[in-house]
Design a protein around this ligand. Structure first.
Ligand code: MRU
Length: 407
């Protein structure tokens, strides 16, 4: 059984404990009318603290991962404490933690969770004695979400550390080194997000910005990728209003993006995915910006199902279509998006959204979690290193090959 439990109170190290619904309730027409009737002068409400999705708590022996349970948002801020490999794998499968960079960070911490008890049983022995434990954790985690390459990237980075130090560290020293690496991956993602947000904010025009799925703080170790760019542009004074596509079937746009933007004080209007074409045709959208789960050497991009249709629509309406992602989302070993494995999820996510039957219980269902947008539909890919205009194999290589992160 996974050693995971749910708590209703947030841990000290995570974001605001303010209930999201409280903020929403204050801005209803009735509440506004009542406030003005009493001539109450209010200072403008400060943006709430960003929500934090993944936190490592404790040291080596008592270490645990605290996850903000994203399946319960926006109604409830509930935290799940994960103390072992099975608990983490289940949390990733269930999307308690989700978003390509966030699952990479959680995966790196997961290796530590699984290796440490084995190391503690053999004090003083070399790291060789935990190689099997490491390999098992690697395999169980890497297969949990196959499309988001950030997970594999983070695990591979830890494996390089293991290989490099296996001969001269004890098992417990190795666990400490792996924890250090996981923390570095976490901190680095925060820095990558900040740079992407800065580069993306410079590109976004004033007007309506359409976004899909969730690419904010919940999905990353920092301010987010596409959502970070939007929030930064708004706080720099760009007059933008966001259209958040609800993102069927799991509603990451409605449940998470709408909430994050509200908390950040950015004007946001929720729409169903099927409204995008009409909004574009009516001139309401000046740019589309989304995140990515994997970008291949030619710039083809896998992202949440529905992204490809948005790119086709944007092209038809002459609207710029931007992808924002860190270097850890690039998979230069694949020539084109045709080689990307697309995760197929349980059909009940479509038949029974939030547990309510919406269709015949035994109907056949297609439920690919991602699709691939061809590079020629993408105006630019925004990274921490700069912007890849008109993505192509040559343009991706120009920015992305060579040394590792420059963040
Ligand atoms: O299935 P999810 O919710 O993990 O899908 C998330 C997305 O598709 C995001 O756009 C992507 O991971 C980028 S997050 C910065």
């Amino acid at each position: 059984m996974p050693a995971a439990r749910t708590r209703s109170a947030p841990p000290a190290a995570t974001g605001s404990s303010k209930k999201p619904t409280a903020t929403a309730a204050k801005s209803t027409p009735v509440a506004r009318k009542a406030a003005s009737a009493k001539r109450v002068k209010r200072a403008p409400e400060a943006p709430a603290q960003p929500l934090v999705g993944v936190v490592w708590q404790g040291g080596l022996g008592d270490g645990r991962i605290v996850l903000l349970d994203q399946t319960k948002l926006p109604g409830e801020l509930a935290y799940r404490t994960v103390t072992d490999l099975d608990g983490l794998r289940q949390a990733i499968l269930d999307l308690v933690v989700r978003g390509a960079p966030a699952i990479g960070i959680a995966g790196a911490y997961g290796l530590v969770l699984h290796c440490t008890p084995a190391a503690l049983k053999k004090p003083g022995r070399t790291a060789h004695v935990i190689r099997a434990a490491f390999a098992k954790a690697f395999d169980r985690l890497v297969s949990s979400r196959p499309t988001a390459v950030n997970l594999r990237w983070a695990l591979e980075r830890c494996r390089e550390v293991f290989d490099r130090h296996e001969d001269h560290l004890t098992a417990i020293e190795m666990c400490a080194r792996l924890l250090l690496e996981a923390k570095r991956i976490h901190r680095e993602d925060e820095q990558l997000c900040a740079k992407i947000a800065e580069h993306g904010a410079g590109l976004l025009p004033a007007g309506g910005i359409y976004t899909h799925c969730n690419t904010g703080a919940l999905a990353t170790g920092g301010v987010g990728t596409a959502l970070g760019a939007i929030v930064t542009a708004y706080h720099l004074g760009r007059k933008i209003t966001v259209f958040a596509g609800e993102t069927r079937p799991l509603l990451q746009g409605a449940r998470l993006t709408a909430l994050e933007l509200q908390r950040a004080g950015v004007p946001v209007t929720l729409c169903t995915d099927s409204m995008a074409a009409s909004l574009m045709a009516r001139g309401k959208i000046q740019a589309v910006i989304v995140g990515a789960d994997r970008i291949t050497a030619n710039g083809d991009t896998a992202n949440k199902i529905g992204t490809y249709s948005l790119a086709v629509l944007a092209k038809h309406h002459g609207i710029p279509f931007y992808v924002a992602a860190p270097y850890s989302t690039f998979d230069l070993s694949l020539a084109t998006g045709a080689a990307i494995e697309i995760e197929e999820r349980n059909g009940d996510e479509v038949r029974r959204p939030q547990g309510t039957l919406f269709a015949p219980a035994d109907i056949a269902v297609a439920n690919p979690a991602f699709d691939v947008t061809p590079a020629e539909l993408i105006t630019a890919i925004i990274t921490e290193r700069g912007v890849i205009q008109a993505p192509s194999a040559a343009n991706v290589a120009k920015l992305m090959t060579g040394s590792a992160t420059k963040a």
